[in-house]
Design a protein around this ligand. Sequence first.
Ligand code: NAP
Length: 323
Amino acid sequence: MTHLLITRQLGTDLSSLEALATVDVWADRQPPPYEILQQKIPHVDGLLCLLTDRIDQALIHTGRSLKVISQMAVGYDNIDIAAATARGIPVGHTPGVLTNATADLTWALLMAAARRIVEGDRFTRSGQWQTWEPNLLLGADMAGATLGIVGLGRIGQAVARRAQGFEMQILYTGRHRGDPALEQALGVEFVDFDRLLATSDFITIHTPLSPETHHLFSDRQFEQMQSTAVLINTARGAIVDPEALYRALQNHQIAAAAIDVTDPEPISMASPLLELENLIITPHIGSASVQTRQKMAAMAIANLIAGLKGERLPYCVNPEVYA
Ligand code: NAP
């Protein structure tokens, strides 16, 4: 008998899985504790997991019958990919279907920070709105401003397309320069990281979290940014050093930030970041639209079924397992 574990209720039809296997769905709102995963994994042939599950080397080794790991997310920094590959286990993810939703949320945060929407809402509700004032809650213009994109992948490109509509100058940086035809279509210019930091009015992060990008933004990077600059992070929390971010916002080294991701998640209610007026925080909802989540679930299920049947996963993170 084939056994599947799904680490949360997805709110989607599981009949295609139930036709193939017994399906154990973790029903709590909180993710299964690591110890529960350890207990369950030896009996599991296929795992459908989320970014809140730590799928490390020890867990992968304990999963003696594990044939496939299917993550319902595009990022997979919570999974030890090398350990899965060493055991010949393909890992699936859900690229592409969440690109527009995440770029939309990035844009919503960018606009909210630029035009101080959340501050304005707090101001109004607290009864401080007395009259129209020439200097009330002044923000930044978008047209003509420079946007710096760190990581011009799927989401970075979708953000660049939005920035074109807002008549912005668009810079990007990354490990290497992109295709010139793509640069031309998006109207973007490749620059090194230092120049992007020093000249951008808005900086938005779209790299995966990796040892290379961990704390890519720390004190030195904030010192290079303009005092009017705004940082947006919808990628992964640990790409930004939270203590350095606090210092930069508190000292007005940069003007504002808006983040959908924190380190750790959820953010501690004792975090000093929560006291800052010039920081907007949303609870990791980049892909959280009804249609996008349905597509992500369908893609994760398709990866899981392919893995169970011994077929190539449609969206595989470690295709080396097929070599
Ligand atoms: P993608 O298409 O793989 O794009 C990632 C980009 O980052 C690529 O251009 C990549 O370039 C670049 N990159 C990788 N390592 C880098 C480094 N060390 N320095 C600079 N650039 C680097 O991925 P995507 O679909 O756009 O997603 C990006 C990330 O967004 C995901 O990994 C995920 O963590 C996050 N995300 C968050 C949410 C949310 O809910 N907030 C939703 C979706 C995704 P090369 O590899 O070519 O060098």
